[in-house]
Design a protein around this ligand. Sequence first.
Ligand code: SF4
Length: 448
Amino acid sequence: MALSGLDIFKRLPKTNCKDCGFPTCLAFAMQLAAGKVELEKCPHVSEEAKAELAEASQPPILKVEVGAGEEQFKVGEETVMFRHERTFVNPNAFAITIDDDMDDVDERVKKIESLKYERVGQILKIDAICVRNKSNNRDKFIKVSEKVSSLTKKPLIFVSSDVETLKVIGDKLKEKKPLLHGADTASVDEFINIGKSTGCPIVVRGKSFTEIMEVTEKMRNAGIKNLVIDIGSRNLKEDFYNQIALRAAAIKKKNRLLGYPTIVFPCEMTDNPLKEALIASIFVAKYGSIIVLANPSPQNIYPLLVYRQNIYTDPRQPMQVEEKVYEIGSPNEDSPVLITTNFSLTYFIISGEVENSKVPSWLLVMNVEGQSVLTAWAAGKFVPEEIAKFIKRSGIENKVKHRSLVIPGYVAQLQGELEDELGNEWKVVVGPREAGEVPRFLREYVSS
Ligand code: SF4
């Protein structure tokens, strides 16, 4: 079990030096116990105390990595029940099933690989493939598992009730660090051996919290912490309750034996693709770490990926793009210069419309901490004095020979003052208010 704030306090230097940013060692200890601060913030902890406190400073839900290489994903590390308390840390992973009795394995892998979309600068995609042993034929399952592994770099999850088969697959594919499903009270000793010899993450399954804790305790005592919990009954109501109860046990009760990411199987709760997507959306919010689906149709997957992106966006930090001069098309020294703010949505909408205009342009994107144009203006960040400084530091004056700047129509009132701030070297032109009007505006602007 996790140490309490007082347990931690006893191991701190108790000098109240404030170097950690907290007024007292006790305040720091309480925050550390709540998982809200890192132990490293106190530079004066002895090595002995560090070792003792290492566990307390770990997040209440441990991080688990699945797969290897650039497609590896991680889940866990969550510290709160609700997103508004702080933030959710690692987005849930989506996996699509391939069963070893399917005839179209190649086609299905291709289809899963094709589920990839770009939205506000992020790539949204399926994270893993879950190979299930449906044939009850050991050789067939191993053969299909190896085939899927050869066709994709995505992390793999292997589900079989045959421990020996999982041992063979774990040995053969250990470099890829697949997730093996799963250990229960009867097979825990064999899985401890598999975990030690392959280093693969392992799913712990059980019908009750007591069963799960029995297995995770044995695993932990054997030094295996790369665990994922499956407490699924494959019944939506029960599994929904279980996910919430698990999260609460780990975060509120600080129960380390239940402090692991989870895996849920909407694919085994319904045969209806639409219902599967709806059930999956429930587990995105509450609190499935790996969500396994059977239906890879884009019309169901895309909304789920967008929904996940929204849930896992830090509400305290607007999505933003880098401040710089963006080239759209192949602009030259005569091309138009437009300016906007670095809120991702603003940037992607405006840059898309500039691209649609087919007028090569320079788009100046100013850092206003990810706020939209009007919000940044109201907050005093997108104002003439700051814009003028940005124009100078952006280097745009070395890229164009004209001095004409298009500002968003929503801040038309800045026109005169901005020209003054720029020493009347630049002519400031008011652009359209709506992004959709940008193509027509640009075409007329360059032909005028
Ligand atoms: Fe105490 Fe360490 Fe914080 Fe100083 S830096 S107040 S010693 S916890």
